[in-house]
Design a protein around this ligand. Structure first.
Ligand SMILES: [Zn+2]
Ligand SMILES: [Zn+2]
Length: 436
């Protein structure tokens, strides 16, 4: 059991490390080395360096107007710096004199994204700042990973090399994570939100101290609440899928599916989605997506589109586009997410997602022994064909990746060597969100 736990823990660390760490769209390499030691910050050659051994009389400056996650970032800097160097720097709210200060969350005229971070290294000062609410806190963790080689391995164990002779290149470094939505679904992240924050999982806690969550939400099945069968089924059976010659009444898996070419269905689903968004004004995406069943509509109108488009995704995507167009009129900043899953994984021949539509592919059929971009693996080759077709027509792709064996949860899952290459592959193909 001990081994199982440690394998799971390592697997989790890798999944989140790769989610935050995909700094650049690198040249594709099949099955890239699974353990990356590359840095996001400080990748320059320079003789000018901040000598950490000279910092013992410095202090940490956190502005009194800092938000909770920036104040916590100051405390985290203090704690990690003490562990790494033995030097305990005091936290103050105002700088005395020009030099020998670490500024955490310093105001900047730069326009930074909500997780974008900036680290400015001088010989006599250090600034770690970022967009609100998570940029500064994530900046502190990135700083310690890249400057000191710190690794956040489990919630109760952080690997901190003891070092007083670290030298950090002088310069200005900036980073905006390419994945907006990062959810590593291992239990330790949910149970230990402070640990999740260290790994920059931005989906598990609303705690302000930890920067809260991204306003993007996991894309998931939603027909069951956008057009509840309980509410509309008796009076309007025609709203639901025609399956095996009858209007479906099967509610398993969040069914029945909808008749997606029915004009009233389009209108009501859009109205219900808009009303939900009115009540949740911070949401930046909403799921409009098929139920978890293969009993999709086979009426003449739906089937005509599917036949023409070469996939049941034809009618589904036409529907999602129509709903997304109506939602945009009231909520222009909200995206509409839908699943490309199972029988809808393949992109249609001619219908493209609207600019406000997100497509979430699901890798449930994939092999986890080989990297997803390994051309010798037949199962994975089929997934890549679909993903690459989608990436030509959509710049906001999400992935529901499978990190466990749903039949035997306790078995080790042999994906340690593929998480890194897989995440990099997703990034090269326009992925903006990953759930794994
Ligand atoms: Zn239909
Ligand atoms: Zn394989």
């Amino acid at each position: 059991m001990q081994r199982v736990i440690s394998v799971l823990a390592i697997s989790m660390i890798f999944s989140v490390a790769f989610l935050i760490g995909c700094a650049v769209k690198s040249t594709p390499q099949i099955g890239e080395k699974f353990m990356s030691t590359s840095k996001i910050l400080f990748n320059i050659e320079t003789d000018k360096q901040l000598d950490v051994s000279k910092m013992k009389d410095w202090d940490i400056i956190v502005d009194p107007d800092a938000i909770p996650s920036e104040k916590y970032a100051g405390e985290e800097f203090q704690r990690l710096f003490k562990e790494a160097t033995g030097m305990m720097l005091p936290i103050n709210s105002k700088a005395q004199g020009e030099s020998n200060h670490v500024y955490i969350g310093k105001a900047t005229s730069e326009k930074l994204g909500e997780e974008e971070l900036m680290v400015i290294v001088n010989k006599d000062s250090l600034i770690i700042t970022g967009g609100r609410p998570r940029g500064t806190l994530y900046g502190v963790y990135q700083f310690f990973e890249d400057a000191f080689g710190v690794r956040f391995l489990t919630f109760d164990h952080t690997y901190i090399p003891k070092s007083t002779d670290v030298k950090i290149p002088v310069g200005e470094f900036r980073y905006n994570p390419p994945f907006l939505f990062r959810w590593s679904y291992y239990a330790e992240n949910s149970k230990e939100p402070e640990f999740a924050a260290r790994l920059r999982v931005n989906t598990v806690t609303h705690a302000e101290k930890l920067g809260g969550v991204t306003p993007q939400n996991l894309i998931n099945h939603s027909f069951h609440w956008l057009l509840p069968f309980d509410k509309y089924g008796a009076e309007h059976p025609e709203y639901y899928a025609l399956f095996e010659g009858k209007r479906d009444t099967e509610t398993g898996g969040g069914g029945p599916q909808l008749c997606v070419t029915n004009k009233d269905v389009i209108r009501i689903v859009a109205e219900n989605a808009i009303s939900y968004l009115d009540q949740h004004p911070n949401m930046r995406n909403i799921s409009v997506s098929q139920a978890n069943t293969a009993r999709y509509c086979h009426c003449d109108e739906c089937e005509a589109i599917n036949k023409r488009e070469g996939t049941p995704m034809g009618s589904q995507l036409a529907f999602v586009n129509a709903v997304a167009k109506l939602i945009e009129q009231k909520h222009p900043d909200v995206k509409v997410g839908t699943l490309a899953y199972w029988y809808t994984r393949k992109a249609p021949k001619t219908i493209k997602p609207r600019h406000n539509v997100q497509i979430q592919l699901c890798s449930i059929e994939c092999c986890t022994l080989h990297p997803i971009d390994d051309p010798t693996c037949e199962k994975n080759r089929a997934f890549c064909q679909d993903m690459e077709e989608w990436s030509k027509i959509c710049n906001d792709i999400w992935i529901w990746n499978y990190n466990t064996n749903f039949r035997y949860y306790d078995l080790p899952f042999p994906n340690l060597r593929v998480i890194g290459p897989n995440v990099r592959y997703f990034l090269r193909n326009n992925a903006k969100g990953v759930f794994m």
